[in-house]
Write a protein that binds this ligand. Sequence first.
Ligand code: FAD
Length: 333
Amino acid sequence: GIAGVPSRRTARVPFSFELYPPKTDAGATALHAVIDHLAASGPDFISVTYGANGSSRGSSLDVLKYILHETRVDPMAHLTCVGSSHAEASSLIREFLDAGVHSFLALRGDPPQGTREGDSFLGDLGSAAELVQLIHRVQAEKVPYRETVIPGLPRARRLKTTRDKVRIGVAAFPNGHPQSRSTSQDIDTLLAKQAAGANLAITQLFFHADHYLSFIQRAEEAGVTFPILPGIMPVTSPNRLRRILELSGEELPAELSIQLEIEPTEAGQREIGIAHAVRLGQELLAGGAPGLHLYAFNQHDTVLSVLEGCGALPNGRTPTLSAHPPTDHTFAR
Ligand code: FAD
């Protein structure tokens, strides 16, 4: 095998990471090192978020290109359609395909402040499901054959370019989308995304395994057949907890919140966040989750510690932790 790439023969827990586009040149340089560490752990893909209304079009694409050209990991582009015309959305998809990115997380995106659901200037595409359809249509123009030969790329990468192997992911909300009227609407929305051709979902963050496990059970009963990856966010400070509750509308997890508030040191808070994420990951895997998707906040050490604690790193290896002493003793295995 290739140094740093884990053997595919061992049965393993699939995992993936999510990054956001950096805002500064220094951030971009630092992120390359983070990506190298994350890639060495053997993720299925690394996804890169997309700023609402195209604000991060260039910087997202730069990160995706780095993953594509400097690692063997599949880059997944988040794309949003809110505020775009049909033609703009099509050309955006073409631009990413031309750059060599073939996996997408199709999102509607949040309407700009002050606008309301149903406003006509939200754009031509009303939902993420329509974006999924459009991605498939544009892909079909661009990738008409089962196996497209791209000179200079390894065979594994070539296979990823076939139409039926392409990942088209969508968002799922175990505790309901903030605008959703009922829990059945969230399942119906997911079914619509499946009908449009999505083959993977990633969830909004949540804090209790039961919330995810009952959601995937309801989704399965309703006929959803694609894997729904739980999105796990290690919460390593009280500030971060406040911020993500604001953004996601999730309920405050009382126990985690209290533990973070009373712990005086940053190192201690980080360990609390890791321990919570490890416990959640273990419960999810025990309950049948098809893998783990980690919100990495553009850092590698915390998410790799979580995966290690969940026993998800191949052969228990800690490929990139040498710069940060392992903290095995801080959480139960
Ligand atoms: P949709 O699935 O289209 O749903 C939006 C709302 O409309 C829901 O309430 C849904 O129930 C309802 N709805 C949809 N279709 C119908 C229908 N046919 N009839 C009635 N109601 C319907 N945002 C970004 O800007 N950039 C990102 O990179 C990004 N990444 C994300 C990654 C993940 C894993 C998640 C969970 C969210 C992400 N978001 C991102 C946020 C996302 O854009 C918002 O949550 C947005 O409000 C909803 O997007 P959606 O794709 O779920 O939309």
